[in-house]
Design a protein around this ligand. Structure first.
Ligand SMILES: NC(=O)c1ccc[n+]([C@@H]2O[C@H](COP(=O)([O-])OP(=O)(O)OC[C@H]3O[C@@H](n4cnc5c(N)ncnc54)[C@H](O)[C@@H]3O)[C@@H](O)[C@H]2O)c1
Length: 407
């Protein structure tokens, strides 16, 4: 595949279609201004959060101002800030700034900003136009490739939300230069998940893209985004609401979320999902329903990325099991006592189905045995050995994980 540092495509999820522009340098900024001008908006309400690099925010604001009036709204960063109180404050500030039905919301930030600004756009006047300007690799390659918009409730993650599509997405890969390595690696774990669960044909190419140092060229980032679009579209073109075949996007998440929550912010979501995939492959193998090639592919890709592949010893297996009982896939299948529903693969790209859901009811003893099998035997946990690199973002994540992890 020839390297290119720009991408212009249309994302199709069911009846929803939206353009995605990814690129770098002056050409990317020119594309943003051209597309914003087409919207003929009376004002642009630029929503972002405090922990974004200020130079990034200033550059976006300056360029948007060349197209039309800009209102800048900045709210506190961190997962805990993705709540109803901030949604309400942002709504008031947007209205007080004179927003009308002709205005556009511009969501500038990671998946957190994208979600709260996306929900605000869906609710304001029952829906005003939204432009997604994702600034993390996870947001560029994953969260903007979804119609899901939500904030957290007092009880758990992403409980209050709806489905809403942007007018377009503009992903500037130059923004990723300032992104911590751990954030890049976490996003790559989700791409690995898409390869294993959806498109094993991408294995060879993704192998060449993975970088253990987290360094990627602009052209590589653009290709990563393009692959993620193709992978997610493969399952979401006919399942825009992610309730049927789209559930395979949750591969690795049952055990992954539980490890993430148990470690209270010491491991990012993406890395936890990576480990969760090794556990899901182990479950399938113990049940005699999964081919060894699944575990082989998961381990090969995670090791090439330099991501952890075993459950850190600090994650108490009993506590992980408790967390699994809160998993967000509850309710799709009729509950069966003593069992939990997981996405299992018979082979790479081939999920096992129960009725019309790619879910399998797994006895808790099997999950527990798989967790024990995947636990690190090292006294020094893998992620500690890589301190500074794999340690997570900010202290706030610790408190946010007191929330039930649901997505
Ligand atoms: N809608 C969906 O389907 C979907 C999918 C995946 C994730 N999500 C949501 O996305 C959120 C996670 O997204 P995220 O990982 O982008 O987290 P985030 O938005 O919290 O960003 C992570 C950190 O990176 C910083 N940051 C952002 N851009 C930066 C840049 N260019 N350089 C340096 N630092 C930068 C942020 O300030 C923040 O501190 C969660 O709320 C999750 O629920 C939603």
């Amino acid at each position: 595949v020839p390297a290119k540092d720009a991408l212009e495509t249309v994302v199709t999820f069911g009846d929803h279609h939206y353009p995605y522009f990814a690129g770098s340098g002056d050409a990317a900024w020119a594309a943003l201004k051209r597309e914003l001008a087409k919207l003929d908006s009376d004002r642009f309400v630029l929503i972002s959060e405090e922990s974004l690099p200020s130079t990034l925010l200033a550059a976006v604001s300056r360029n948007v101002a060349e197209v039309g009036p800009v209102v800048n709204l900045v709210f506190p960063g961190g997962e805990m800030a993705k709540n109803v109180a901030n949604l309400s404050r942002l709504a008031a500030a947007t209205l007080n700034a004179g927003a009308t039905r002709r205005s556009c919301i511009l969501a500038v930030g990671g998946g957190m900003v994208g979600n709260i600004a996306g929900l605000l756009a869906a609710l304001l006047f029952r829906g005003i136009r939204l432009v997604q300007i994702p600034t993390t690799l996870l947001a560029q390659s994953d969260s903007v490739l979804s119609l899901k918009q939500a904030v957290n409730s007092e009880v758990g993650k992403n409980h209050l939300g709806t489905f809403y599509a942007p007018e377009f997405v503009w992903g500037n890969v130059d923004f990723l230069e300032q992104l911590p390595v751990v954030e890049r690696q976490a996003a790559m774990c989700e791409v690995i998940k898409n390869v294993v669960a959806i498109r094993p044909g991408d294995h060879a190419e993704v192998t060449t893209l993975l970088s253990p140092t987290g360094e990627y060229t602009a052209a590589q980032y653009v290709r990563i985004i393009e692959l993620a679009i193709e992978q997610k579209t493969a399952v979401m073109k006919d399942d825009a609401l992610e309730e049927g075949v789209g559930l395979v996007l949750e591969y690795g998440h049952t055990v992954g979320h539980a490890i993430e929550a148990t470690l209270k912010g010491k491991l990012t979501h993406g890395l936890a999902v990576g480990i969760g995939m090794t556990a899901a492959a182990e479950v399938a193998s113990q049940m005699g329903v999964g081919d060894d090639s699944v575990a082989e592919m998961v381990l090969d890709l995670l090791e090439r990325l330099g991501a952890p592949t075993t459950i850190p010893r600090e994650a108490d297996p009993g506590a992980v099991m408790e967390r699994i009982r809160l998993d967000n896939k509850r309710g799709y299948l009729k509950p069966s006592p003593g069992s939990r529903d997981m996405i299992l693969l018979a082979a790479p790209g081939r999920a096992l189905w129960t009725g019309n859901k790619p879910l399998t009811s797994v006895p808790e003893e099997v999950i527990r045995a798989a967790i024990d099998a995947r636990r690190s035997t090292n006294v020094t946990p893998l992620y500690d050995a890589r301190a500074g690199q794999l340690h997570s973002r900010k202290a706030y994540l610790g408190s946010s994980l007191a929330l039930q992890l649901e997505s």
